[in-house]
Design a protein around this ligand. Structure first.
Ligand code: TXA
Ligand code: MG
Length: 351
């Protein structure tokens, strides 16, 4: 299949004529990758089981891993969800459009091919002009997982999508680099207690301000124990996995952490390996050797989230064999950053 790349001239103000063909592809059961504020999504008609199947094929994704249905208006939720619990309403009012996905009991209209056989459906209203206009023009809810090959870091630029999806999908809409860089926060509001299934830019602190108590699915805190099943099926797969052997380093202080990263890197470099170091603006000057990349500033963790997946992909391209990474505190956006770093490292953390 020929994959067409369509560059949107001004991503903040797309024109309908730039998106109409993409919308037609979606309405006719095809696949279009498009930017959202979190990461690039791989879109298909969420109500068309055959179209959903094509997503799984293009990504090489296990078919028990459900898709998020993207909508352009809050009103569209009522056709996808059987009911909208109070907690869901509050979160929609507070954070939509935005990087928050909500899990509702599904309506009969949503095919099991979209929900991976579950009786619930994930819905998100993205805050990106291209995504919103595309969904509106397609006139269907758009199922869209991140537009990466299953297991690779999520794409934050159209080039990343092209690397993984060229020849497998109909079209890529190039809207430049995304803003946030990690996938949406997922909250399950289908049960008694609202539960965080995946941390993201809408942080636990922000959710608690709106809802009071929010439970946390144990799957996001650490490696999966035998017999425990994460409520978001996707959280059980090794994600974001770089080709290199990756280790996270914690320390009692920042200096101690930096010293450990430096020593671990030195050992592998002296043994002849290619070594990548993931650090921050504040610590970058303290690494004399290795392929050193700053993720961003500790004072502005959104810069770290923004660069994380791109740097992991860059290390893959360079072919580094070992990655040693600094860690950040696990509160606020740090929870999402540490969740992605921990998964990338296969939970290999040294203290
Ligand atoms: O930011 C995002 O959410 C991006 C952009 C494109 O919107 N999309 C995204 O989709 O990250 P994906 O498919 O890569 O991740 C969706 C996650 C998976 O872990 C999946 O298991 C979970 O959402 N999920 C989907 N439907 C679910 C459901 N009904 N119950 C529990 N988890 C669900
Ligand atoms: Mg994904």
């Amino acid at each position: 299949m020929d994959t067409r790349n369509v560059k949107i001239e001004n991503p903040a103000f797309p024109k309908e004529e730039e998106l109409i063909e993409a919308a037609e592809i979606l309405a006719n059961g095809g696949l279009v990758a498009f930017p959202t504020e979190t990461v690039y999504g791989l879109g298909a008609n969420a109500l068309d089981e055959e179209a959903a199947k094509k997503i799984y094929a293009a990504k090489g994704r296990p078919s028990d891993n459900p898709l998020i249905a993207h909508v352009a208006e809050k009103e569209s939720v009522s056709e996808l969800a059987e009911r909208i619990p109070d907690s869901g309403k509050k979160l929609m009012d507070a954070f939509w459009p935005g990087p928050l996905t909500l899990i509702f009991p599904k309506s009969k209209r949503v095919p099991y091919g979209t929900t991976g056989g579950l009786d619930t459906v994930a819905v998100r209203m993205p805050d990106h002009p291209i995504a919103r206009m595309l969904i509106r023009l397609a006139k269907v809810p758009v199922a869209a997982p991140s537009a990466n090959t299953s297991g690779r870091p999520s794409p934050t630029t159209a080039e990343h999508v092209f690397q993984d999806m060229n020849g497998k999908i109909d079209m890529i809409l190039d809207g430049g680099a995304v803003e946030i860089g990690v996938e949406s926060t997922i909250v399950d509001v289908s049960g008694e207690v609202p539960t965080l299934l995946r941390p993201g830019a809408i942080t636990m602190e922000m959710l608690e301000k709106v809802l009071g108590k929010v439970a946390v699915d144990p799957a996001i805190l650490g490696p999966m124990k035998e017999g425990i099943h994460p409520k978001a099926p996707g959280m059980k797969y090794r994600h974001y996995a770089p080709k290199a052997d990756m280790t996270l380093v914690q320390g009692k202080s920042q200096d101690e952490m930096v010293e450990s990263v430096r020593n671990l890197a030195k050992e592998k470099i002296e043994a002849g390996f290619s070594v990548g170091i993931l650090c921050t603006d504040e610590t970058m000057s303290q690494y004399p050797q290795g392929i050193v990349r700053s993720l961003g500033s500790r004072m502005k963790e959104d810069t770290i989230a923004h660069n994380l997946f791109a740097v992991l992909r860059e290390f893959d391209d360079i072919g580094v064999e070992y990655i040693f990474s600094e860690t950040v505190p696990k509160d606020h956006l740090g929870q999402a950053i540490m969740n992605r770093l921990s998964k990338a490292a296969g939970y290999h953390i040294v203290k």
